[in-house]
Design a protein around this ligand. Structure first.
Ligand code: HEC
Ligand code: HEC
Length: 223
């Protein structure tokens, strides 16, 4: 299966399971749901002690220096929890992350997510100025004439997202990874409903390939 088609399956997983992403990460979700986690108050200190094995790939404190590996630093805890649960359930594809997540308990996932949420986002990646400026305009103001909603409406002007609404932080995501994720959302068929990730899919629909490249450039180089 190509990376694209398999990623579409995992993005649709919460909908297929008859639950929204919001419900899936809620501790009140049905116990049979593989994306529902059960844990006590997360401990960032314990998370730090588990994070050593992640540093080789995701960078020290979760600031990735590899263009195709996501940063975890500053990510909202709900999003990190959900992704780790999806890897562990083998819903989201990635051989390496399946192996990593298989060893994690629900409490480990919650503690790691709390640890990374508390880390400072990394420095801005180098960016081509013209592409960055165009991406910034789309991010901040959208393009009403083309029905492009400003990314900032959901992700915030600083790109830091909103944990309560399950809106991911996108600040200084590595450029190659950011573009790959945006392309996957852009090419995804409808997930149904009006909950994440469907909201994000609808928002990206009017964007051209160049728009996607430019906003990926911008978010990777936010200051
Ligand atoms: C051998 C390298 C490697 C190790 C070790 C590793 N990861 Fe990953 N991780 C990756 C790669 C590659 C991806 C991107 C997967 C994809 O979508 O193709 C990823 C993706 C993720 C994501 C999804 C981020 C997003 O923005 O969607 C999370 C969360 C994550 N890893 C957490 C962890 C944690 C926590 C650990 C340690 C317990 C860890 N990883 C260890 C390579 C690694
Ligand atoms: C209607 C609200 C909304 C708008 C507008 C929106 N997003 Fe999102 N975005 C979300 C939500 C919600 C998620 C988390 C989806 C999930 O949990 O799978 C997300 C996820 C993402 C991710 C994945 C983060 C990661 O770590 O892998 C990226 C990148 C992103 N958005 C970039 C953008 C850009 C760039 C724009 C503007 C062109 C945009 N978004 C517009 C709601 C929105």
């Amino acid at each position: 299966m190509s990376r694209l088609s398999s990623r579409l399956l995992w993005l649709a997983a919460p909908v297929v399971l008859g639950t929204s992403v919001l419900a899936a990460t809620s501790q009140k979700a049905a116990p049979k749901n593989p994306l529902a986690l059960s844990f006590k108050t997360p401990s960032a200190v314990r998370g730090a002690s588990l994070a050593g094995s992640c540093a080789g790939c995701h960078g020290k404190t979760g600031v990735s220096t590899k263009a195709d590996i996501p940063s975890l630093a500053g990510q909202i805890p709900n999003y990190t929890q959900f992704q780790l649960a999806a890897f562990r359930a083998k819903l989201r594809p990635s051989n390496v992350m399946h192996q990593v997540a298989a060893k994690l308990s629900d409490q480990d996932i919650a503690d790691l997510s709390a640890y990374y949420a508390a880390q400072a986002v990394g420095p801005a990646w180098k960016a081509e100025p013209a592409a960055r400026a165009r991406g910034q305009k789309l991010f901040v103001a959208g393009d009403p004439a083309r029905n492009v909603i400003a990314c900032a409406v959901c992700h915030g002007a600083n790109g830091r997202g909103l944990n309560a609404n399950h809106i991911a932080s996108v600040t200084n995501l590595p450029p190659q990874y950011a573009l790959a994720v945006l392309k996957e959302f852009h090419e995804a068929p409808s997930f149904g409903g009006i909950v994440p990730p469907e909201t994000m899919r609808i928002a990206l629909k009017p964007l051209t390939d160049r728009d996607l490249r430019d906003v990926a450039t911008y978010i990777s180089s936010m200051k």
